[in-house]
Design a protein around this ligand. Structure first.
Ligand code: AMP
Ligand code: MG
Length: 404
């Protein structure tokens, strides 16, 4: 073992540094069918009012409110998509169906169940007010209204409103292209028989899932042996095609830990050690061409926790998301939490509702090799560095992964 040359950086400081060095990616236009899960790159502004015409909200009759309590002559019908061409004047009505255009001259719609029809004679109630039962032009959107802000995640409702305003394509940020590599002589492909001392390359699959969930397109480079030249070849070949490199393993101070020297030879290492548990050896570098590289620790929990703290927000920044971080909520500790001196700790917890509060229960041993501490966890509870026990009942901040 050798002493690390890298200063121990505060976890928040390291997170800020990562984001400062990560750039937003370019814009591409995609068809609505391909837009779900993408991030809108420009504000969407209404160029036409919505609805574009006075549109009936019910089945009934378009009339003039001044004709309340009288008997009217029905002139014709305005169905959805088939407007009535004439004008409703005093003493007349037009039958109207939901979504139909309210004809000129009419100022209100009376519901069919409030009327009585006798041949072509329509009896309307006495209590009518103008403007009832139809949507006015621009009720939902007026010309110039901002429909969606740049940085919005496109989901069902957002795509629906874009479609309603006639957009067939949307400008979105390019997805980050990420090269993913596992390092370690002990690793074997999942599904292949392990020789003594070998373990399956499980981080690849966990990180592949995490990357995709965060919006990345992933190129899996596979397993690199603990051999500097092999490592370099695998990475250099892939770099031309990627925006980011994510590696696992090989960042601590053991003699087989080759990722930091590799990143130093390819660019600049900005973070080499962090006051974070798990995840102290987390490494961040910038490479030529605006690329970023994340050297995640090999322990399965460490790699996923540092992914959450550093990589996911960076991938979201690349995609232009307006919100980079997972939501946080104050929660009440359901157990005594022992802090770590000098290091911010993210403890894995499940959450349960207790009245108005959320109570956090530990997922058990918080060993950084024990992925069972993260499987099924609802949140990462942030335990500030310290020496004093954080007692059960204390309020702490939780990064929410999912709610119970
Ligand atoms: P390292 O950071 O390379 O020193 O690895 C720390 C620990 O994580 C060791 O016990 C490794 O065997 C384990 N580890 C490293 N890479 C992986 C991986 N891809 N999948 C599962 N465990 C790993
Ligand atoms: Mg290793």
């Amino acid at each position: 073992m050798r002493a690390s040359a890298y200063p121990l950086i505060d976890a928040d400081e390291a997170a800020t540094l990562v984001l400062e060095r990560t750039s937003v990616l370019g814009i591409e236009r995609v068809k609505l069918a391909d837009s779900v899960g993408r991030v809108l790159a420009e504000d969407l502004v209404a160029e036409a009012p919505l609805p574009p015409f006075r549109s009936s909200a019910v089945d009934g009759y378009a009339i003039r409110a001044a004709d309340a309590g009288t008997t009217l002559r029905v002139l014709g019908e305005s169905a959805a998509g088939r407007p009535f061409e004439g004008t409703v004047s005093a003493g007349t009505a037009a039958r109207i169906l939901t979504g139909g255009v309210v004809p000129d001259g009419a100022d209100t719609v009376v519901m069919v169940e409030d009327t009585r029809l006798d041949g072509s004679r329509l009896k309307v109630p006495t209590d009518l007010s103008a403007g009832a039962n139809f949507h006015k032009v621009g009720d939902d959107l007026r010309v110039g209204d901002r429909i969606l802000a740049a940085g919005t995640l496109l989901g069902a409702a957002e795509i629906g409103i874009a479609a309603a305003t006639g957009r067939a394509e949307l400008p979105v940020r390019r997805r980050p292209r990420v090269a993913l590599m596992s390092t370690g002589d002990e690793l074997v492909e999942v599904g292949k028989a392990a020789r003594p001392g070998q373990i399956p390359d499980s981080n690849r699959w966990a990180l592949l899932a995490a990357l995709r969930e965060a919006g990345a397109e992933v190129e899996v480079l596979g397993i690199a042996p603990d051999e500097p030249e092999a490592l370099r070849r695998l990475v250099v070949d892939a770099l031309a095609r990627t925006d980011a490199l994510v590696t696992s393993g090989g960042v601590s101070v053991g003699t087989h830990d080759l990722v930091k020297p590799l990143l130093e030879s390819l660019g600049t290492v900005h973070v080499g050690r962090v006051k974070l548990k798990p995840g102290k050896p987390f490494t961040f570098a910038t490479l030529d061409g605006g690329r970023v590289a994340f050297g995640l620790p090999g322990f399965p929990v460490s790699s996923l926790v540092t992914f959450e703290v550093f990589v996911r927000p960076a991938l979201r920044k690349m995609q232009g998301f307006s919100r980079l971080h997972r939501p946080t909520l104050p929660v009440r500790l359901g157990y005594d939490a022992r802090p770590t001196a000098e290091r911010t700790e993210y403890q894995r917890v499940t959450l349960r509702r207790d009245g108005q509060e959320l109570v956090a229960e530990t997922t058990g041993s918080q060993s950084s090799s024990r992925l069972m501490s993260l499987a099924g966890a609802h949140a990462l509870v942030r335990v500030p560095a310290g020496d004093e026990l954080l007692q059960k009942g204390s309020i702490v901040e939780a990064m929410i992964l999912s709610l119970p």
